[in-house]
Write a protein that binds this ligand. Structure first.
Ligand SMILES: [Zn+2]
Ligand SMILES: [Zn+2]
Length: 156
């Protein structure tokens, strides 16, 4: 008899209720489920859809927080990554495009406390930040490498 895999153990804690797949495994005192330190919805998303993009969080299209059906999950930009820059206040409902000219289609619009946000702009900003971090860590590596070479030369 083989030991059940992590994936099997995950799905054994899921109850399929019509179209929503309910997480019935461990929940922390705040009412959020966890599986191996992750949100079950995040784990299910990775199993069913692939890795969660950097800076994204999992949103439930079905509004059922306990649901882990990958078809009901969508990766959306983290709410704290939103800023007024990408958003048009709800007062300005007549605006059909963001400040950078992207159209506010249902697919490209994310509603936050700032109003309607343009997903394309938020993603572009996140990508830029990601690459800036990458450049910075590469630079750090390079400096460390040079310092090491310098030391070894002195040591000879
Ligand atoms: Zn659902
Ligand atoms: Zn935009």
């Amino acid at each position: 008899m083989s030991k059940p895999s992590t994936e099997d153990r995950f799905w054994s804690k899921v109850l399929v209720v019509e179209s929503c797949w309910e997480w019935i495994g461990y929940r922390n005192p705040n009412g959020y489920g966890t599986f191996r330190g992750l949100l079950p919805s995040g784990y299910a998303y990775e199993l069913g859809r692939g890795p969660i993009p950097d800076g994204m969080t999992i949103d439930h299209l079905c509004r059922n927080r306990g649901c882990v059906n990958p078809d009901h999950l969508e990766a959306v930009p983290l709410a704290e990554n939103m800023s007024r820059g990408q958003c048009v206040s709800s007062v300005n409902l007549r605006k059909t495009h963001c400040n950078n000219g992207h159209e506010f289609t249902p697919e490209n619009t994310y509603t936050s406390k700032y109003g309607r946000c343009c997903k394309a702009c938020v993603l572009a900003r996140q990508r830029k930040r990601y690459h800036a971090n990458l450049d910075r860590s590469r630079e750090r590596c390079r400096l460390r490498y040079q310092a090491k070479r310098l030391h070894s030369k002195e040591g000879v």
